[in-house]
Design a protein around this ligand. Sequence first.
Ligand code: ATP
Length: 214
Amino acid sequence: MVRRVGILGGTFDPVHIGHLRGALEVAELFALDEVRLVPSARPPHRERPQVSADDRLAMVRCAVEGVPPLTVDDRELHRERPSYTIDTLESLRSELAADDQLFLVLGWDAFCGLPSWHRWEELLLHCHLLVLQRPDADVEAPDALRNLLAARSVSDPQALCGPGGQIAFVWQTPLEISATQLRERLAQGRSIRFLVPDAVLAYIQAHGLYPASP
Ligand code: ATP
């Protein structure tokens, strides 16, 4: 049996319903056996996360608890060097059969930033890319991605075949929400209820994360 595994990497500072709906909708659409949420330890492209890796991991664990096929993969948190997606893909690939399908799920914003990723041109050797359309994203793909899109994108996502190498675009239920907005709300002492699962909110409150600014 060919396994179909999705991966959604992120800082998850904190995890929210935009991430979770994206993961779940992709899982349904592509009949994935599993979608792994992979928290990054030291994201190469951005500022230090506001809360620790342990807390971000714990929040993702709370969020996916009892929600198959969503799972958590903490391999990036055990690495000394920055969290490069290519390393994660190579390590996952070494655990899968050669014809198993791997789907890297990215929001549109993350996809547009691809040309700055470490060894980005090798990503498609290991997986397909599923790009989530995100309502708050800028529209145009950067020039550096034009050739790749022309060569690798498929118009019918269901036509993706083989272990990897193609790009498909997926419309998820639009949720104009980002972790940045949530951190801002919390800093202002406002509620983020219903924007994150209740279990995540309870974890934030119990551990005094993201305190309101004085
Ligand atoms: P921040 O605001 O801190 O940058 P974020 O909400 O964008 O965080 P990340 O952890 O950086 O979350 O994102 C992980 C992945 O999830 C990225 O590929 C991102 O594009 C995608 N993503 C985040 N929010 C949404 C959303 N509302 N809808 C679709 N995809 C999303």
